[in-house]
Design a binder for this molecule. Structure first.
Ligand code: PLP
Length: 434
């Protein structure tokens, strides 16, 4: 760090000397991990580039369509690129898919039929999916349960790792689909690596090869060299305001997988008979191409932010997951903050580092689809974008902050420095009060 930076961090952001003094060690510790991140992203960069070249992407693909969106070559070619990147037979990539939850909902409702059974192999699924499934909910209206689709969960082992025997024991002749969540969600469990996803899928397919495996790929794209379809998943789904949108996609979601399944899902997205043949791209094709092209790089930056933060926060006594040198399956870094005051202070810090709305104070509030109040910080260019530096957390003990993203890791680093500074300030105030 040059002198000018240090002065700026002290004067403008009031970062304490204690933190600044720790930086050199942290930076040295994370160096080899950063090198590994660079190696993976180099590969993923070429993978995406190859797919674009093979699909013969041209500038006329950046044109757009309105209305029905018939014959939108840019959209169709982008879907071809996604299919190639994820080694899928077919993909749907649409601004009409408004989020990850929506993409997963389409995949579930597109494929499952009344009488079918769904099993979650990774314990309780992501918060918003609970309402989609409807299991145990007071208001089941419109959920899978409401449609006569039954649901079971294979609990995770006590260390948060999926238990193959438990999963196998849940499978019955009615089991049509198994859902695997790659990312940790709002939980302390580790994210799944592609190796463990492979192990789960291999075991399921040995029992019954017809069981459809859906992987919730949110936050996992380009973290490893492979993607879930390469290890046997039938369908994957994710959000474009997370990894694969590369920070440029203003909205959207994707689904990729077996052609037959993607066609069923397309019928659910639009209408039976219309399928993937319509859906206007509304002027954002070029952003979706550029975002995908940039995604491996941005994911690398986000991972560097996560690794750096994990090391730094742990040095200052906070329990982190994953630890900095652990293998990662997603871009999320969790830190256990133990009190609501700490959680708010951490969020305040990340918000103060934002390029947008750095002057506002994040507050917990109810969110559609979530049971607990949620606090979200991150002044992002795209509303709710979490490939941009952001933190979100349900207000429940032990007050874990889940943070992710960062277009560039220098920004991510500053965010964490300010957040840690806010935490230490709180400590000082308590000491002063005593
Ligand atoms: C973010 C996320 C979702 C839902 O995505 P939204 O775009 O927020 O609706 C689903 N599953 C996982 C694991 C996620 O991280």
């Amino acid at each position: 760090m040059i002198k000018e930076t240090e002065i700026l961090l002290k004067k403008h952001y009031c970062i304490s000397n204690t933190i600044l003094e720790a930086l050199e060690n942290v930076q040295r510790d994370v160096e080899v991990i950063f090198d590994r991140i660079d190696e993976i992203r180099e590969f993923n960069q070429y993978k995406v580039l190859n797919a674009m070249q093979a699909a013969k992407v041209s500038d006329y693909h950046f044109n757009t369509s309105t209305g029905y969106g018939y014959s939108d070559l840019g959209r169709d070619t982008l879907e071809d690129v996604y299919a190639k990147v994820f080694r899928a037979e077919k993909a749907l990539v649409r601004p009409q898919i408004i989020s990850g939850t929506h993409a997963l909902t389409l995949a579930l409702f597109g494929v499952l039929r009344p009488g079918d059974e769904l099993i979650s192999a990774t314990g309780s699924p992501y918060d918003t999916l609970k309402a989609v499934i409807g299991n145990g909910k007071k208001d089941k209206s419109g959920s899978l349960c409401d449609w006569g689709i039954s649901y079971k969960e294979a609990a995770l082992a006590s260390d948060g790792i999926p238990n193959i025997d438990t999963i196998i024991n849940e499978i019955t002749h009615k089991t049509k689909m198994v859902l695997i969540q790659r990312s940790r969600g709002y939980s302390w469990r580790p994210s799944l690596t592609l190796n463990s996803i492979k192990e789960i899928i291999d075991n399921i397919k040995t029992i019954n090869n017809d069981i459809i495996v859906l992987v919730d790929n949110c936050y996992g794209e380009f973290v490893e060299e492979k993607e879930p379809i390469e290890v046997g998943a039938d369908i994957i789904a994710g959000s474009l305001i997370k990894n694969p949108g590369g920070g440029l996609a203003p909205t959207g979601g994707y689904i990729a997988g077996k052609k037959e399944l993607v066609d069923m899902i397309a019928n659910r997205l639009t209408a039976p008979g219309l399928g993937d043949k319509c859906g206007p791209s509304l002027g954002i094709n070029h952003l979706l191409y550029m975002g995908l092209f940039n995604s491996p790089h941005i994911v690398g930056e986000a991972l560097k932010t996560a690794v750096f933060s994990s090391r730094l926060l742990n040095l200052f006594g906070f329990e982190v997951s994953p630890e900095f040198q652990e293998k990662r399956g997603d871009i999320i870094q969790a830190v256990k903050l133990n009190t609501p005051e700490n959680l708010l202070a951490f969020c305040r810090g990340i918000q103060k580092a934002a390029p947008v709305d750095s002057h506002v104070m994040p507050e917990p509030s109810p969110m559609p689809g979530y049971e607990d109040e949620i606090i979200m910080a991150g002044g992002t260019f795209i509303q709710g974008s979490s490939i941009e530096l952001s933190v979100d957390a349900p207000i429940r003990p032990p007050y874990i902050a889940y943070f992710q993203g960062g277009f560039n890791w220098h920004h991510g680093k500053l965010g964490v420095l300010i957040a840690l500074n806010e935490l230490l300030k709180l400590d000082d105030e308590h000491a002063g009060n005593r």
